[in-house]
Design a binder for this molecule. Structure first.
Ligand code: NIG
Ligand code: FE
Length: 404
């Protein structure tokens, strides 16, 4: 047994029932036992026998310690970029128009299919390291730019490989129903058949942790979404949904009916959708980067989500079309300024609630028995993490008990 003790720090435990905002402990002690936290609390309450059992004693230098951050919605693996499309959008062409003209997601599909696994690994790895520089220790990565068996497999294999080469946990999501590939033009139900075959094969290979669909006018219908979700649930896989981003299609109610982990985007979410999510315990994943970058004006109904007690997570949605962003801290700031979350809600959105959005029960708060994924920050108060946009206050990370 190797126990190590961290003192000279504050800890924002993000514990839900803590009486203090952020579950903040001013003069904290943390005992790390291999990959897990053994004890967290005020230093003066640390049991003396536990303190003396610690073989290492680290001085945290006055840092604020939070749970390692969790980015619960990314499309990290893709080829090319969409800077030219950004220019077109600024000249007045809409995101939906570009998609209907064969650009948008389809243009990234072309670039991704042309890229080698090495190229995809290099570009996604660079984006992953940027996220990690903001204290991210867990990241979800979706497929959805291959849209055929082999390129979807390659993207999921690249995502899995990134976990082996970086000190970060990766959860993969199959998003085969992201857009209609050109070879299936006019045959979207046939493509869903194909996507279900891909799902079965990729799941059998151990490449899929969850299943997502883009339910939208330029994506797939609620009926098609239900087919994918039925197949996913039959395989025992959790589901989540890109829902009500550009219009209200009732996707949130549909996803909640399948016990979805999360519904993401939600600018057009209805009160009925929010109520259904609350009843199912589905997390609302807010993506202020996509809202900002697409210059949307309709804000997700935050007050309605609060009234229903729906847990709200915050994520980068890192992708080439709607949110080419690799800073989760910037998303904290934008969740506050654009969506009016409190800094405490925003921080819960990248810790406790992001863990819930991924179905993870072993992280997201600092408490005995949780993984020892810790982010150390050069700030005096946790609100600073949401406040100073563009700042890089991360000092170091402990990942599964190991200092990085
Ligand atoms: O989360 N909405 C669908 N999917 C992505 C964007 C994909 C793209 O434009 O490449 C999103 O916003
Ligand atoms: Fe997305």
């Amino acid at each position: 047994m190797t126990l190590s003790l961290w003192t000279h720090c504050q800890a924002a435990t993000m514990q839900p029932h803590a009486t203090l905002p952020y579950g903040l402990i001013a003069d904290a002690a943390l005992v790390v036992d291999g990959p897990v936290l053994r004890w967290v609390g005020p230093r003066h309450e640390l049991p003396p026998d536990l303190a003396s059992a610690c073989s290492t004693h680290h001085d945290a230098g006055g840092a604020l310690i939070t749970p390692g951050l969790i980015d619960c919605h990314t499309h990290l693996v893709y080829g090319g970029d969409r800077a030219a499309e950004f220019e077109r959008r600024l000249q007045g062409t809409s995101y939906e128009e570009i998609a209907r003209q064969g650009g948008g997601i389809a243009s990234t599909v072309r670039a991704t299919r042309q890229a080698s696994a090495e190229q995809l690994t290099a570009s996604a790895g660079a984006r992953l390291r940027a996220l990690m520089a903001d204290g991210v220790t867990t990241v979800e990565i979706k497929s959805g730019y291959g849209l055929a068996l082999e390129p979807e497999r390659t993207c999921l294999e690249v995502a899995r490989a990134l976990e082996r080469t970086h000190p970060v946990s990766v959860l993969t999501t199959f998003l085969g129903a992201h857009a209609l590939p050109p070879e299936f033009a006019g045959r979207s139900d046939d493509y869903i058949d194909t996507a279900l075959t891909m799902l079965a094969v990729l799941h059998a290979q151990g490449l899929v942790d969850a299943v997502d669909v883009f339910c939208e006018r330029i994506g797939f219908s609620p009926a098609q979404t239900a087919r994918v979700f039925t197949a996913a649930r039959a395989l025992g896989l959790p589901v989540k949904l890109h829902a009500e981003q550009l219009s209200d299609s009732g996707g949130a109610q549909l996803a909640a009916g399948f016990g979805a982990l999360s519904c993401d985007h939600l600018e057009w979410l209805s009160a009925e959708g929010a109520a259904a999510m609350a009843a199912a315990g589905t997390v609302a994943v807010l993506l202020p980067g996509a809202f900002y970058f697409l210059r949307e004006t309709r804000v997700p109904p935050i007050d309605v989500l609060r009234q229903h007690g729906v847990a709200m997570a915050v994520s980068t949605d890192c992708n080439p079309g709607s949110s080419p962003c690799t800073s989760l801290l910037l998303m904290l700031n934008m969740a506050c300024t654009l969506f009016r979350l409190t800094p405490e809600e925003a921080l819960a959105g990248v810790t406790r609630h992001a863990a819930k959005a991924l179905g993870l029960h072993d992280r997201g708060v600092l408490a005995a028995g949780m993984r020892a994924d810790l982010a150390f920050w050069d700030v005096q108060h946790p609100a600073e993490l949401a406040y100073a946009f563009g700042a890089r206050p991360l000092r170091q990370v402990v990942f599964a008990g190991v200092l990085r």
